[in-house]
Design a protein around this ligand. Structure first.
Ligand SMILES: Nc1ncnc2c1ncn2[C@@H]1O[C@H](COP(=O)(O)OP(=O)(O)OP(=O)(O)O)[C@@H](O)[C@H]1O
Ligand SMILES: [Mg+2]
Length: 372
């Protein structure tokens, strides 16, 4: 059961609110149990991290060692090494940020060796790591080492893995060269820039070629959203009609983050204007949700200025015009389209036609550029 009074936004989704992911989760878990590495690639805020943490939680309850590291949290190689070691060691020590706590502790204890003699495998390893500056190779080995020493298996998830080359230019080749020897570790790689990360695993000759299977996160089905929304609004004491629930899922395009933002605005509207018909409240909530998303969307649109024709092309698509304007250089438009795909903004529906990954981004562009 979720304990929150609101729909979860901008944070990890608790299991009870993870909508429409059970089937995909089962598939991912089956692959991992079979020892197969998995890449999950999807646009931003579609639930990669939440799904992965739920997968790890379940594996853990089956006796697996697990670890999750987020490359966005580590600006350099040494910090990634520390984060990874901490995540691995936490399995045994039960302590978050084991290494820094241990360093504090050992600086007060003269007889370090006595402490070492009393501890479990993991803590013994931790002492060894705490004594030396973090080293990425050692950190990459730690999970598999711990699994061997404890006769278990470990699943390690690298979140925002597309950032690896920013920590170290040869990161992909280096990490692969270490991980490929591991017999007791299975790896997950998550990335938000679809194609670019995928290429590392699918292009012949790339460092991670064939190392893990690439799975795109499927869209949550409208029926799953509608059922969830009806259940939650009833739990919150504001039951809603199924037509309204379906309308909400349709207007958000089923994008997980957008749907949750819209659901919160609708809940707020129901709290304050219960007397009004729900379809009117939904229209107002939709506008307020676009305002909530506005800052992110403005930033996203601004970031496109760096690419020739990207802003023009995304606006044409928002207006459902063909992307190739009469006077535009077709090669430049093709590059702009590819950039929009790489950024997870649009996806190809059929040859020459595209969908927005976030229907509300499209609506926002229309509202802001074609408004009164
Ligand atoms: N299956 C889902 N059910 C309900 N809400 C979801 C689901 N997946 C994602 N969300 C919503 O999207 C938000 C982002 O989820 P999460 O951080 O797991 O996604 P992500 O793809 O890892 O995002 P990012 O690209 O920022 O790393 C959540 O706070 C929640 O509002
Ligand atoms: Mg994430």
């Amino acid at each position: 059961m979720s304990t929150s009074l609101w729909f979860p936004v901008g944070r990890i989704v608790p299991a009870a609110d993870l909508v429409g992911r059970e089937e995909f989760l089962q598939e991912i878990l089956a692959r991992i149990r079979a020892g197969e590495g998995v890449v999950i690639s999807a646009p931003r805020r579609t639930g990669k991290t939440s799904l992965t943490l739920e997968a790890l939680r379940r594996l853990r309850s089956e006796g697996w060692l697990v670890a999750h590291v987020d490359l966005l949290r580590s600006p350099n190689e040494a910090q990634l090494a520390e984060q990874l070691l901490d995540a691995v060691l936490e399995n045994e020590t039960g302590v978050r940020r084991t290494l820094s706590k241990l360093r504090q502790l050992t600086s007060h204890i003269a007889g370090k060796l006595e402490l070492k003699a009393q501890t479990k495998e993991g803590l013994e390893l931790a002492l060894a790591y705490a004594a030396t500056p973090p080293d990425l190779e050692a950190a990459l080995e730690a999970g598999n080492n711990l699994a061997e020493r404890t006769n278990r298996t470990i699943c390690i998830a690298f979140d925002e893995f597309q950032r690896a080359p920013q920590l170290r230019p040869d990161a992909y080749a280096f990490i692969r060269s270490v991980l490929q020897h591991h017999q007791r570790a299975v790896y997950m790689f998550l990335g938000s820039q679809g194609t670019l990360l995928e290429q590392q695993f699918t292009r012949v000759g790339s460092p991670f070629w064939n190392f893990a299977v690439v799975r795109a996160l499927p869209q949550v089905r409208p029926a799953s959203w509608a059922a969830y929304l009806q259940r939650k609004f009833t739990e919150f004491g504001h039951p809603i009609d199924h037509v309204i629930a379906e309308e909400m899922a349709a207007r958000s395009g089923g994008h997980p983050h957008c749907t949750m933002v819209l659901a919160n605005q609708f809940l707020l509207a129901l709290f304050s204007r219960r007397d009004l018909p729900q379809h009117l409240l939904l229209a107002a909530a939709y506008d307020a949700a676009l305002d909530d998303l506005g800052a992110t969307y403005d930033e996203l649109y601004r970031s496109l200025a760096a690419r020739s024709l990207a802003q023009e092309t995304v606006l044409r698509l928002a207006r459902e015009q063909p992307p190739y304007a009469a006077k535009a250089d077709p090669t430049a438009v093709r590059r702009a389209l590819q950039h929009l795909i790489n950024q997870g903004i649009i996806r190809r529906r059929a040859k020459g036609s595209f969908d927005f990954c976030e229907a509300m981004f499209q609506a926002y562009l229309l509202r802001e550029t074609d408004g009164p």
